[in-house]
Design a protein around this ligand. Structure first.
Ligand code: OAD
Length: 245
C-alpha cells in the first residue's frame, strides 16, 4: 500500500542525519519541461541523442544543435518551479546541512526556488563556453552573434555549457556528489530513468555504503531494483508530504 510505504519513508526521512537527493528530468515535468525518455513527449522520442547531445553532433550540425539549446533556454522563460522543487528547498532551509541536492537537470529550477549547494552533474543550460580550448582572443562577451556565436578573431564556436554524452562530468562536482552519497543515510532518487552513468551509479554507491535508497517515480526505472522502497507517484505530489515537518 502506498500510504504504508509513505509512512515508512517519512520515518526514514525523520531519522536520517544526512539525506542525499538525486533528481532527474521528471522533477521538472510538472513544470512543463519535457523529459528525455518519456515515450511520447521525451526529447529522445523526437531527436537522436547522438545528434543533439554529443560534441560530434555539434561539430557536424552546429546551427541545428545551437538552435535546439536556444529553444530550450527560451522555453524556460515561461516555466515555474513546482511543489517538488519547493519541498526540497524548504527542507534545506528548515534543516540546514541535512540535505544535499544532486541533480542531472540543467534547467536551474532547483536554484530558482532557493535550493542551496546544488551539485549540477550535467552543467547549466544557460552557460556558454568555447567549443575548442579558448585562445587569448576568445572572449565570450565579445563573440560575434550567430548560430552559434563565434570568436571574431579565430572563429572558435560557442557551445552550451552542458555535459554531453562521452564527456567528463565536472570533476569537483562529481567528487562532491560521491562524498555526499557515501555520507548519507538515505538517498531519494527522484524523477530519473536511471539510465545514464555515472549519475545513476550514485544510487548503487549509496546502497553499497549502507544508505537506504528510495525511488520516487510514476513509472518503472532502472534503479527500482536497487531501492529499499519504490514510491509510484509524481515528485510534486510525493515530495511535499515526505519532507514536511
Ligand atoms: P529521463 O527522461 O531519462 O527520465 C525521466 C524520468 O522521470 C522517467 O523515469 C519518468 O518516468 C520520470 N517522470 C516523469 N514524470 C515525472 C514526475 N512528474 N515526477 C517524477 N518522475 C517523473 O531523464 P533523466 O533520467 O533525468 O543528459 O535523464 C538523465 C540524462 O539523460 C539527462 O540529464 C540528459 C539525458 O539524456 C544529457 O543530455 C547528457
Amino acid at each position: 500500500m502506498l500510504e504504508d510505504r509513505l509512512d515508512t519513508v517519512r520515518a526514514w526521512v525523520r531519522e536520517a542525519r544526512h539525506i542525499a537527493v538525486l533528481t532527474g528530468a521528471g522533477v521538472s515535468a510538472e513544470s512543463g519541461v519535457p523529459t528525455f525518455r518519456d515515450a511520447q513527449t521525451g526529447y529522445w522520442a523526437q531527436f537522436r541523442a547522438e545528434d543533439m547531445a554529443t560534441e560530434a553532433g555539434f561539430r557536424s550540425h552546429p546551427e541545428r544543435v545551437w538552435n535546439w539549446y536556444q529553444h530550450r533556454r527560451q522555453l524556460m522563460d515561461g516555466v515555474q518551479p513546482n511543489a517538488g522543487h519547493r519541498a526540497l528547498a524548504q527542507f534545506q532551509a528548515a534543516h540546514p546541512g541535512r540535505l544535499t541536492l544532486i541533480t542531472q537537470n540543467v534547467d536551474g529550477l532547483h536554484q530558482r526556488v532557493g535550493s542551496t549547494g546544488v551539485l549540477c552533474l550535467h552543467g547549466d543550460l544557460f552557460a556558454d563556453r568555447w567549443l575548442d580550448a579558448p585562445r587569448d582572443c576568445c572572449q565570450l562577451g565579445e563573440a560575434v552573434a550567430g548560430s552559434p556565436p563565434t570568436c571574431r578573431h579565430c572563429g572558435n564556436q560557442v557551445r552550451p555549457g552542458v555535459v554531453w554524452f562521452g564527456e567528463m562530468l565536472p570533476l569537483a562536482v562529481f567528487e562532491a556528489a560521491e562524498r555526499a552519497t557515501q555520507d548519507c543515510e538515505l538517498m531519494l532518487v527522484v524523477g530519473t530513468a536511471g539510465a545514464v552513468y555515472p549519475a545513476a551509479g550514485l544510487a548503487h554507491l549509496a546502497r553499497s555504503a549502507g544508505a537506504r535508497v528510495v525511488v520516487l517515480n510514476p513509472n518503472p526505472s532502472e534503479l527500482d531494483g536497487t531501492a529499499d522502497a519504490v514510491l509510484r507517484g509524481t515528485s510534486a505530489s510525493l515530495l511535499p508530504g515526505l519532507l514536511a515537518g
